[in-house]
Ligand binder design. Structure first.
Ligand code: ATP
Ligand code: MG
Length: 315
């Protein structure tokens, strides 16, 4: 079985509650909160588990909040590797206003990471043995250099692991220029990488190939929301349509999609089967409320639909 490590640099305790109405200047009576471990890599590990694949969730953890986060992860039954930092793990707040059924998501800034801490973290990864995939998802936190993921790309290459990255902004550009095995920008992030306002579907292959050639990346998977996704390699192009589903929340769709693709790649599946599974997992995630990820039963149903109806173009 492949060894997969997911990395979450800026995890959060997601605290969810409900209130009748969000009214300023008043004491608001909220329901008893629920707590969930959140963060890109953590979500990828949770989704991989649903697909039947183990992974090790490596994440930064600090303070009492970090201890609580570790407890939440332990309940998920995923192998974890908390990397201790001096700052406090952040807590995000999600409030459902029941009167309007609107969800408000308050994201806090993560703790500042000291230089010695991130250097130790990279050193720790350098020492890992027999790793097949390193999957990093999510934003950098304060104190981390913009080329942190670029350095990780280099380390992954040194230890013989395939580096999969889902992030945005300058950190994404820096890593792409260094060379990543698989990049998963959404179409807006791809446009941003290319310094463009927007990109049309017909332009995706050309732009993805520019990234592949410039940074020696192997695969670029561009997610298109309800339009599905396009996977581009040096010599292949596959466009898969997303099934029409009853959309409840798109939170975590990207991470479920990454999990689906890594799951297939870890079993040496083809580019076509990889992107079909990515779309099936992403779309399955949107069928659930809140931060709930893809369910295996939905993934299987959607994958079957995609096999017969979802292939838009292959070249
Ligand atoms: N409205 C939708 N209907 C069906 N499938 C969807 C919808 N939105 C997203 N998906 C599925 O999820 C995948 C990833 O979605 P999207 O392109 O929105 O990623 P993203 O912007 O990176 O998401 P995230 O906000 O999680 O980072 C899509 O390729 C598709 O399979
Ligand atoms: Mg995303």
């Amino acid at each position: 079985m492949a060894k997969i490590i997911t990395l979450t640099l800026n995890p959060s305790i997601d605290k969810s509650t409900k209130v009748d109405a969000l009214i300023p200047e008043q004491k608001l009576r909220c329901e008893s909160p629920t707590f969930e471990p959140g963060g890109g890599g953590i979500n990828v590990s949770r989704a991989l588990k649903r697909l039947g694949s183990p992974s090790i969730a490596l994440y930064l953890s600090g303070g009492h909040q970090g201890d609580f986060f570790n407890e939440l992860i332990a309940k998920e039954n995923i192998d974890s590797f908390p990397f201790r930092i001096s700052g406090n793990t952040r807590e995000n707040m999600i409030v459902l206003e029941t009167g309007t059924n609107k969800q408000y998501r308050f994201g806090m800034e993560g703790p500042k990471i000291e230089e010695t801490e991130w250097k130790d973290l990279l050193w720790e990864i350098t020492k890992q043995k027999n790793v097949d995939f390193i999957v990093a998802s999510g934003s950098l936190c304060p104190g981390l250099p913009v080329d942190f993921y670029a350095e990780l790309a280099e380390i992954s290459r040194q230890i013989g692991a395939k580096f999969v990255l889902d992030t945005s902004g300058p950190a994404l550009n820096a890593a792409a220029n260094k060379g990543v095995f698989l990049l998963k920008p959404n179409i807006g992030e791809l446009a941003n990488m290319c310094g463009m306002e927007e990109i049309r579907t017909e332009q995706v292959q050309e732009k993805a190939l520019e990234i592949i050639n410039r940074g020696k990346c192997e695969i670029v998977a561009v997610s298109l929301g309800a339009q599905g996704a396009i996977m581009v390699t040096k010599d292949k192009y596959v466009h898969i349509a997303a099934p029409i589903v009853k959309k409840r929340s798109t939170v975590g769709a990207g991470d479920s999609m990454v999990a689906g693709m890594v799951f297939q790649l870890s079993q040496n599946k083809s580019i076509k089967e990889t992107i079909m599974m990515g779309v099936a997992c992403g779309s399955a995630a949107t069928m659930n409320y809140g931060t709930e990820l893809c369910k295996l039963e939905d993934v299987n149903t959607l994958f079957q639909w995609i096999e017969t109806h979802g292939i838009v173009e292959i070249k």
